[in-house]
Design a protein around this ligand. Sequence first.
Ligand code: AMP
Ligand code: GLY
Length: 420
Amino acid sequence: MNILILGGGGREHSLAWAVKQNPKCDRLIVAPGNAGIAMLAECADLDILHGAAVVQFAEENAVDFVIVGPEAPLAAGVADALRAAGILTFGPSAAAARLEASKSFTKEICDACGAPTAGYAKFTDRAAAEAHVRAEGAPIVVKADGLAAGKGVIVAMTEGEALSGIAEIFGGAFGAAGAEVVIEEFMEGEEASLFVLCDGADVLPIGTAQDHKRVGDGDTGPNTGGMGAYSPAPVLTAAVLNQAMEEIVKPTVAEMARRGTPFQGVLYAGLMIRDGRARLVEYNVRFGDPECQVLMMRLGAQAFDLIQACAEGRLAEARVTWAEDHALTVVMAAAGYPGAYAKGSQIRGLEELPEDSSRMVFHAGTAERDGGIVATGGRVLNVTARGATLAEARERAYGMVDAIDWPGGFCRRDIGWRAL
Ligand code: AMP
Ligand code: GLY
């Protein structure tokens, strides 16, 4: 098959790495890709937010199957355009992608299907939102309704923080994404993520993971897109996983189908676990980044068979072959991230690192310059390893980190601490 993957981060590098190992893959194209992806696939310059352009590219290149990586093209209806053109596609319609693109929509679905989540209220009026915060008190969580690149959530420990969050969102900091504000009950507990393939009718869990959102060791400093992850997440025991599937994921999928907007793709359920019960924090409608990297490391070549079965509506017959293994990824970021950071610093030592079924450096923000690799983003490399235990995976990953010569970069040294 000729396969096109949309996106150019570490998530897409790991998807390309897994897809490439599957014997069904003939030609592999990633748009736009990055310097790491270019070592195993063709990279194409393409406006991935523009459905008609993606369809035309797919037709011209005899693409049989498209995997959509990030949320933005999904919310923009790129999967709808591809399916309308008769091209097999992995990823939800724009209507189903509202589970990520609108937080108030997700709350409405939870209400309709009885899925446990934080209590909430929604506002388009600033004074009413402020009055709600004053009545409820802190801690409380203030969210811009729409897509805000992971930045539209204020977990406020004081009333003042919540009020300034409201001012920021209604002041236009997130554009149209902030036209509505959702204010939620603060949930305590331990967070973990559950990834479930959905073909519109059937569901198949394909792994769990835990992320590290804060930039600094010991979970200190500002929030980031994620500084590292590991899989599986020990807090998602078989019992909690079962409860989350029965009370949250399956009712959501059934409600989406009932509304005539079935969800097809990977549903990423962000969960808060307390006293052995999970509640929904949020949905994403794509793989997590960097969570995808640890899932792909564990699934390997079978990932493509599962993704294909999902897109073809054959999940009822699909099975995951689990190894009793663990994977861990360490994000190396440019100094200054998540604030302002320099671009263009040289990264050396990558060529000497082993690349096999238990060790891979996935590239997130890199480019090739004069035969070398330079950093072009905030999160730059995802140093990923697998092991029989989490401790072994971690040792392997940091062994690779220490062999990378990149004075302009940094990473957390404690990825996996909670589980170890
Ligand atoms: P979201 O983008 O909705 O996942 O929110 C980003 C992060 O904010 C989550 O990963 C949680 O750590 C935190 N968060 C969001 N909603 C809540 C809530 N209701 N209670 C506690 N923490 C929350
Ligand atoms: N790592 C969090 C996300 O992909 O949304």
